[in-house]
Design a protein around this ligand. Sequence first.
Ligand SMILES: *Cc1c(COP(=O)(O)O)cnc(C)c1O
Length: 459
Amino acid sequence: MELPYAEPYKIKVVEPLYRSTREEREKWIREARYNLFNLRSEQVFIDLLTDSGTGAMSHYQWSEVMLGDESYAGSSSFFKLKATVEELLGMPYFLPTHQGRAAENVLFSALIKSGDIVPGNSHFDTTKGHIEYRKARAVDCTIDEASNTAESHPFKGNIDLEKLEDVFKKHPREKIPMCIITVTCNTSGGQPVSMENIREVSALCKKYGIMPLFDAARFAENAYFIKIREKGYENANIREIVKEMFSYVDGATMSSKKDAIVNIGGFVALRDKEIFDKASVFNIMYEGYLTYGGLAGRDLGAMAQGLKEGTDFHYLESRIGQVAYLGELLQNYNVPIQVPTGGHAVFVDAKKFLPNVPKEEYQAQTLAIELYLEGGVRGVEIGTLLADRCPKTRENRYPRLELLRLAIPRRTYTNNHMEYVATSLANIWQRREKINRGLRIVSEKPIMRHFTVELEKIK
Ligand SMILES: *Cc1c(COP(=O)(O)O)cnc(C)c1O
């Protein structure tokens, strides 16, 4: 028999979890105004809100915390990280930032101006926020297959080259400062982009004189999918694939809270010195001096080590294997999910799960609340609340997909936890016909409302 994947690590430290009662959860979620971000972590049993900064560091990473050099300038931890970024990604210029959105803020301050157009594949919410905040516009060019949760496609994160070329033809070059390829594509379901697509997008960008960039938060998971799904890469190792991926872009913003398996951190990586010099000024203003960028030396060291561990095949196999395992359990219960499962999360199709709840009453958020009440499991809405209002008309934007995302933190939960989550959802699935009312907004902020929105149950 072929041996199954198994975690290439064992557990040294544990963090006890409290199992609450349904009565407690009903009280807590009411107090949290039906916004799962407002819960205290002790009120959550299994926390699948995000895989961002929630992973478990290895003992090598913790030892880097002790080795951290806290010098203001020229810290050895900085040089360790810089060397790792150059070695793994092949990018000679590098700016540390306190997290991914800070990297966006720094780089976009240097590159994006009012009226610009930024095409890409389903830009991440903070990325879109940073684009729209500068009065520029993000244009989604993801392939149509991505919005059909039931259609199996190995690379649902791919960019539609025709859509992209349309954007390039419609707008003058000076209005398009970059094209952002998000690997893996979070918003469309943690779906990977193929090497072929990266290569073709890059070639098209070059043809029109536009800079291709990665939003690289989950670049290693993307590389894993290329290895197991794309012809010609079966025998390549993850680091070779990563090198090739980055060879097609001129730079990247990175949230290290994802594939670098640290609790905080990010960076900008660049090939071009001129852009680096421009961005450096903003890094100093917003983040900190160039050799620490809003982080402690110990964070830089842990990040360097995490980048190495995050690009290890056996680690990625168990990581993505666990996500797939949760997906299989849910499919066995007939729960509708996005297939194939993505790299970091399982996405439940809330439109299919709760067809009796009108879209104006936030189907995915309603399902997220039900799941919390059922089992103390916290997922997150990727739907109308997240899609926010149109900046011009202030109307709700109804996205094609209403998803409940169950993001799996790295190296944190066991497969027993996955079984608990699947059973909780299966219980709701059994009584789904009876759920026909959702939620109504009581108050919201003008931008990125999902973090702070207050809701009430419609009786
Ligand atoms: C998390 C994430 C970001 C933002 O990073 P933060 O570290 O949360 O600020 C940007 N893009 C993608 C694809 C992400 O997943």
